[in-house]
Design a protein around this ligand. Structure first.
Ligand SMILES: Nc1ncnc2c1ncn2[C@@H]1O[C@H](COP(=O)(O)OP(=O)(O)OP(=O)(O)O)[C@@H](O)[C@H]1O
Ligand SMILES: [Mg+2]
Length: 262
């Protein structure tokens, strides 16, 4: 039986996984201020999958880096899972990330002198998982991404696309409260993109909250919500049609009718 959900029980009262209030980043390089993020207000609820799109230079990486504490803000507030985070020190952020945030960078940042397996297991071990649990999670993630055979390789022995998938496995190792991903399919061919999207879809269905920067509309279509940045500001923010809704059948759907009429 399906339980009715009364409006009072909607998750509006839930603590957002991440929240930004009037977030601003102005880079100062060579004396010239470069405003990269200009007053972003954002609230991501538990279980949401948010895609961030926008032209090159619009501030997407800067925004997600700030949400993960990898770049300092100029002004504004950041809250992670109900905790004020923008006032944390660098080591405070490091602890928060270890506990709650997985990050896939635009460039992968794997530890060069560790094997693929160790790269993926490390965050889980640092987060307090048992070695057995860390290993099982690593085997699952690498298997889903078609990388089981590369567990003992070092990152330098992998292609760019393989490194990118290892970075995704590492970010998910800890089952983090929040997954931040900056173009996780940017270097992948279509088959590997499909593997990454399948895994993202799967962890999302398991409740994973995701904020993902992408240039690819097909990748964004996996999300529930699309934010468009323009010149460091949110130009658009709205729900997108569920990818889980069955696609119209081209032989029987309205498209065919229109085609026949045309
Ligand atoms: N370390 C930095 N120092 C100075 N300016 C920077 C720095 N990093 C980024 N910027 C500037 O901030 C703006 C936003 O950059 P950002 O990397 O966030 O864009 P983006 O939307 O991620 O672009 P892309 O799609 O190309 O990755 C750009 O004008 C960029 O030149
Ligand atoms: Mg970027």
């Amino acid at each position: 039986m399906i339980e009715p959900v009364s409006p009072a029980e909607e998750p509006s009262a839930a603590v957002p996984v991440v929240r930004a209030v009037n977030l601003v980043k102005i880079y100062q390089t060579g004396g010239l201020p470069v405003p990269a993020v200009r007053g972003v207000d954002l609230r991501v609820e538990p279980g949401e999958f948010v895609a961030v799109m926008g032209p090159s230079g619009s501030g997407k990486s800067t925004l997600v880096h700030m949400l993960g504490g990898l770049d300092t803000r100029t002004s504004g507030e950041i809250w992670v899972d109900g905790e004020r985070a923008d006032t944390l020190t660098e080591s405070g952020w490091a602890i928060l990330r270890r506990r709650k945030i997985g990050f896939v960078f635009q460039f992968f940042n794997l530890v060069a002198n560790m094997t693929v397996a160790d790269n993926v297991e490390l965050p889980a071990l640092l987060g307090g998982s048992s070695p057995r649990h860390a290993r099982e999670r690593r085997e699952y993630l690498l298997g889903e991404l078609g990388l089981s055979g590369k567990a003992d390789a070092s990152p330098a022995q992998l292609s760019g696309g393989e490194q990118q998938r290892v970075a995704l496995a590492r970010a998910l190792a800890n089952q983090p409260r929040l997954l931040l991903a900056d173009e996780p399919t940017g270097n992948l061919d279509s088959r590997n993109t499909r593997d990454v999207l399948r895994l993202l879809g799967e962890v999302h269905r398991q409740g994973q909250t995701i904020v993902m920067v992408t240039h690819d509309a097909r990748v964004a279509a996996l999300a529930d919500r699309l934010i468009t940045l323009l010149d460091g500001e949110i130009a658009d923010d709205g729900a997108i049609a569920s990818p889980r809704r069955p696609k119209p059948d081209p032989d029987h759907g309205p498209g065919k009718v229109i085609e026949l009429r045309g």
